[in-house]
Design a protein around this ligand. Structure first.
Ligand SMILES: *Cc1c(COP(=O)(O)O)cnc(C)c1O
Length: 451
């Protein structure tokens, strides 16, 4: 085992010129790994000689891999606007600039400037939300899942919560309403059947242990055919008549009406506020189009109670979240919806999409076969299940590549497409304007390489 004796010594190896300027601690750690691996390979007789240069390269490659950020930009050409795997809602650059300025300087997060004493963290956002929705008070937590948990834990511990069987949903990431409820300490009182729940089911379920009538947005499924559910407006009335809290976990929650008749049977947050509900909660980064957050709006008396729950401290949000959300809410207040990327994408006209697709097709005419097509997409993110929205796609073909092969090739170049009828489609609903040129470059590079 003479070879074992020639394994470089760590102390000397790390002084190699190639490692100059790099973190000595990390290089030492990686060197130990590489040399340990080398020792094993020698013992297993997988290696017959030692090449120091390739060991250096190996360490450098590991260094590069470890220190390159793992989160990176992708182009979403799937057409799914609220794509949970691709980061859900996009943020507006100008909103972020404001948030950066708040976060890189001291600020009045919990400081009352007028009186020179401690202020309230949630004051800023609740002021904006009151103005927009007419709610009595508001609170923001880490995400809507925490909002649901916090509300149930505050009001329904060891008490019954009435929920329709058809709304006991599981949304992505194994968030299951019955399980969240059990963890929060609330007792689930299921009513109705899978396909039908009537108002009388709610009325009949009420007893002295009942604390709340809750409605949950179905989010990622819909029931067709012989089915019915009770509108939240009626649930609010029954709850009020019986002195109970009513609460709607809206899931995505759209502040205002959506185009393409998407919310025909689903009132917006602003409409629901007219029913005078006790509590509503919804996500910050689904159709609202802002940062990840769980937003709770409703009666002041109830929100005061939630604020006293110790759990709030664990679920509280940072100044960056509050600054971003305040800016989005202000955009709604000022009716500057073009500052909300999610809504902007949803509202872009088919003519504009077609113009962009045709333009790209023109620029790619010497590169590959493509065709501008009318297509349909969905919003995604558990917002409007089974509802389609019209869109424009560019269908791509290259030589005799199969669709899944081509999709993979694009994906490896950070371009995420969709396969439809055995064809690769770039859906322009989610392609940002400044990404079109990037797509052109990606495709041109790719296809000249393949030639
Ligand atoms: C998405 C969703 C949630 C969870 O919201 P997050 O902001 O992702 O935590 C909870 N309830 C319903 C009905 C949802 O659709």
């Amino acid at each position: 085992m003479i070879l074992l004796k020639s394994i470089p010594k760590v102390d000397k190896f790390i002084t190699h010129k190639a490692f100059e300027g790099l973190s000595k601690t990390l290089i030492t750690k990686l060197t130990k790994e590489v040399l340990e691996n080398l020792r094993n390979n020698i013992l297993n007789e997988k290696i017959k000689n030692i090449d120091e240069n390739s060991l250096v390269d190996e360490v450098l490659q590991k260094y590069e891999e470890l220190t390159t950020p793992s989160l990176k930009n992708l182009i979403n050409a799937t057409g799914i606007i609220v794509h949970t795997n691709l980061g859900r809602s996009l943020l507006d650059k100008k909103s972020l600039e404001k948030a950066i300025s708040i976060a890189t300087s001291y600020n009045n997060l919990e400081y009352n400037l007028k009186e020179g004493k401690r202020g309230e963290r949630y004051e800023h956002i609740s002021k904006a939300l009151k103005a927009l929705t007419g709610c009595e008070d508001a609170l923001v937590v880490n995400n809507n899942a925490s909002a649901v948990f916090l509300i149930l834990n505050t009001f329904c511990k060891d008490k019954e919560v009435v929920v329709s069987r058809g709304e006991l949903v599981e949304i992505g990431g194994s968030f299951r309403v019955p399980e969240v409820m059990a963890q929060s300490g609330a007792i689930l009182k299921e009513i109705g059947t899978t396909n039908k729940t009537h108002l009388r089911d709610y009325e009949n379920a009420i007893n002295e242990k009942t604390s709340m009538l809750m409605k949950v947005h179905k989010s990622n499924y819909s029931i067709e055919g012989f089915s019915s559910e009770v509108d939240f407006e009626e649930i609010v009335k029954v709850a009020s008549d019986n002195n109970l809290i009513n609460y709607y976990d809206m899931g995505s929650g759209h502040m205002i009406d959506l185009p393409f008749n998407l919310n025909a049977n689903e009132p917006s947050i602003l409409q629901i506020m007219k029913y005078n509900p006790s509590l509503l909660s919804f996500s910050g980064d689904k159709l609202l189009g802002s940062v990840q957050a769980g937003i709770i709006i409703g009666k002041k008396e109830l929100i005061d109670k939630i604020k006293k729950n110790q759990l709030l401290r664990m679920l509280r949000v940072d100044k960056i979240t509050l600054a971003l959300l305040e800016d989005t809410i202000n955009s709604y207040l000022k009716n500057e919806l073009e500052n909300i990327p999610t809504l902007k994408m949803l509202h872009t006209t088919l003519e504009t999409l077609e113009e962009r697709a045709t333009n790209l097709k023109e620029r790619l005419k010497d590169t590959c076969n493509c065709e501008v097509i009318k297509t349909q997409t969905m919003i995604g993110g558990g917002t409007t299940p089974n509802k389609k929205i019209p869109s424009i796609g560019l269908s791509l073909e290259y030589k005799n590549y199969k669709a899944n092969k081509l999709e993979e090739l694009l994906r490896k170049n950070n371009l995420i497409s969709r396969i439809e009828n055995d064809r690769v489609i770039l859906d322009f609903r989610t392609i940002l304007e400044d990404e079109i040129e990037k797509i052109e470059i990606i495709l041109k590079n790719l296809f000249t390489k393949c030639n």
